[in-house]
Each structure stands twice: as structure tokens, then as C-alpha cells.
Ligand binder design. Structure first.
Ligand SMILES: NC(=O)c1cnc(OC2CCCC2)nc1N
Length: 327
């Protein structure tokens, strides 16, 4: 093939492999057998080996970088990554609802989301390509962990549309991966991770992307950084649907609630269903849905007045002690 035909073939292979990767990792619905995916990947690797000028950052072959980093650069977030106020019981939720209604009136609508117990991160895409990933850090300055985030298969290297956007979410380690990792570490006499959140944070702080790639991390995205209205979105629930359309992964258990009673219902439901989830959550995030209402409510020094986090008590851990008592 001549150069032009090669470029066309590379573009075709990118498109195919991104589509198959999305179906496999994000939708959990493989479109082709693994052997077919591997064959296309091998073809792309061969073309890239003979034509290094055809290796692009969003190529599916560039997920796991080669070199080990010296350290992490600092990244200043364009808009601060805020923390959440807490609610500990139903009364706190109803107080939150009263405070919100005092400002925006009775027509307020909420979005409830599972509060993923992981590491808050930010992803920046320019013209559809993933260019920068960072930790929340202190909310203003985080660490550049792009190389490690690229290894997370549910983070697309290229969006469905060539938009420039910054999105925020939670990187996490599924419970199964956490248990398997600790079993392996116990075999090797290494220290164990206390919980999946620490394991995810420890994995993303590795300087060698190959280690992060081996930890089976995933991600749920839950907000757009900067001004979401620039994408013609009027509410938080719309923005989450928009992220889905762009090929980004959001958590599908979210629910729009018309009243605080429905919010309380959702909290009770997920308090009971929490042990069946394949990942850890430490509560429920309740957000005012319409952006005009969020703007009217504004922020305190460190967190939005239009959101709160209902915290679940720490999940009961069945310890060996109980086993001994029962035996
Ligand atoms: N851990 C979570 O799952 C989570 C955390 N934070 C937020 O929203 C914050 C972000 C900006 C103001 C509200 N949503 C979430 N789902």
C-alpha cells in the first residue's frame, strides 16, 4: 500500500478497534470474537512498526505507555474540583431540601447518584482526543496521571464526536479485582490494601503504567468541568445522558427525583442493595438538577449548596472473630 492508502487503513483500524473496544469494555457486549479484535490490533501494530509517523496518541495501541515516569507533574484545574457537604440521616436530607426550596422555590427537581468510593479524577479531551488526566489533589492542583488513566479500558481515547470537554468522575477498583489483588499480595507476603479506594489510589500513583494496566481499574463519570451550558445542556441529568452519547461511562443507577420523599426512597433502596454491587459505594449524592437552580444556589467556600452526600455507615465487615464465636 502507498502512504495515502496506509493512512486510510490506519484510520479504518482506529475506528474499528475503538468501536469494538467500546462495545467490549463499556457496553459489556462484544461485537466480534477476541481473535478478530487481536488480528486487527496486530495489523495496526505492524503498520505502526513500519511507519512510526502513523502512530497517533489516540491509537488503541497506545493505551499502555512504555516508559516509567520520574514523577507526576502538577496540574491546575481550570475550575476547582469541589468537595461535598454531608447528610447523615433523613432529617439532614429534609433540611437540605428546605434550604434549597427557600432559594429556588417548590419546583426543584433532584438527581440521585450512587456515591462511588474511589479516587476523584478529571479527564480533558481536545477535538475528541483524550489529552490529559489528573487527580483531584487539593481541589485546585492535582497530579498529571494521564499515562495511568490511558490504561483504563472504560476511558475512551477518542470520543464519538470531536468535541473539547473536561469531565470529572471517580476511578475505582471493582470488589472482585480488589479481593484477587490482595490474595496475590498475601501469597507474596506483601502488605494488603485496606479497601478498594486505597487500592485504586495506590494503582494510579504507580510511576510504571504497566502496573496500573494490570490492576483492572474502571471509572464512572459524573460531571462536566467548566460551563456545561456551552454544550446546550440545561440540567445535570441531561449532561449525564450527553456524556453517554459521547461514549463516556456514567453510572446507570442514577434516578431523577421530583420530591425529597423520592430521594429518601432511593437512599433506603440502595442502602439495602449496596452489598450486591460489584463496586463499593459510601453513600448517595443528591444534586439539584436544573443548572439555573444550581446557579441561584451557588457555593460555600468549599462545596456547592446545590448538592449533598448522604453517607452510609461503614459496611459491616465479617471478621474471623465472629467465625470463632460461631464455631
Ligand atoms: N463519588 C461520586 O460518585 C460522586 C462525587 N461527586 C459528585 O458530584 C460532586 C462533584 C461536583 C459537585 C458535586 N458526584 C458523584 N457521583
Amino acid at each position: 500500500m502507498d502512504k495515502v492508502e496506509l493512512e486510510k487503513r490506519v484510520e479504518e483500524l482506529h475506528k474499528l478497534l475503538h468501536e469494538y473496544g467500546y462495545a467490549y469494555y463499556v457496553l459489556d457486549q462484544p461485537m466480534v470474537p477476541d481473535a478478530v479484535y487481536d488480528q486487527y490490533l496486530k495489523e495496526l501494530l505492524a503498520i505502526e512498526a513500519d511507519n512510526p509517523d502513523l502512530i497517533f496518541p489516540d491509537s488503541p495501541t497506545q493505551r499502555v505507555g512504555g516508559n516509567i515516569l520520574e514523577g507526576f507533574e502538577k496540574v491546575t484545574h481550570k475550575t476547582p474540583m469541589l468537595s461535598l457537604s454531608n447528610a447523615f440521616n433523613e432529617e439532614d436530607l429534609r433540611d437540605f431540601d428546605r434550604r434549597v426550596k427557600a432559594v429556588v422555590g417548590e419546583s426543584v427537581r433532584y438527581v440521585c447518584e450512587l456515591k462511588i468510593d474511589g479516587l476523584a479524577i478529571s479527564l480533558t479531551y481536545e477535538n475528541g482526543t483524550f489529552v490529559l488526566g489528573s487527580t483531584r489533589g487539593d481541589g485546585t492542583t492535582g497530579e498529571n496521571i494521564t499515562a495511568n488513566l490511558r490504561t483504563i479500558r472504560t476511558i475512551p481515547l477518542r470520543l464519538k464526536n470531536d468535541i473539547s470537554i473536561e469531565v470529572r468522575g471517580e476511578a475505582y477498583m471493582p470488589k472482585k479485582s480488589f479481593n484477587k489483588l490482595n490474595e496475590e499480595r498475601e501469597q507474596k507476603g506483601e502488605d494488603l490494601f485496606a479497601n478498594p479506594r486505597n487500592a485504586a489510589a495506590g494503582s494510579l500513583r504507580q510511576l510504571d503504567p504497566k502496573i496500573a494496566a494490570s490492576r483492572n481499574l474502571s471509572i464512572f463519570l459524573y460531571s462536566i468541568g467548566g460551563d456545561p451550558e456551552q454544550y446546550g445542556l440545561d440540567s445535570h441529568s441531561e449532561s449525564l445522558d450527553y456524556l453517554d452519547e459521547m461514549g463516556l461511562t456514567t453510572n446507570k443507577e442514577r434516578r431523577v427525583c421530583q420530591t425529597i420523599d423520592e430521594v429518601v426512597e432511593y437512599v433506603k433502596e440502595w442502602h439495602d442493595k449496596r452489598p450486591n454491587l460489584s463496586y463499593e459505594i459510601d453513600g448517595i449524592v443528591v444534586k439539584v438538577d436544573r443548572f439555573i437552580h444550581q446557579q441561584e444556589l451557588g457555593f460555600t467556600a468549599k462545596s456547592p449548596r446545590w448538592a449533598t452526600a448522604y453517607k452510609f455507615p461503614a459496611e459491616e465487615v465479617v471478621t474471623r472473630l465472629i467465625d470463632i464465636e460461631l464455631s
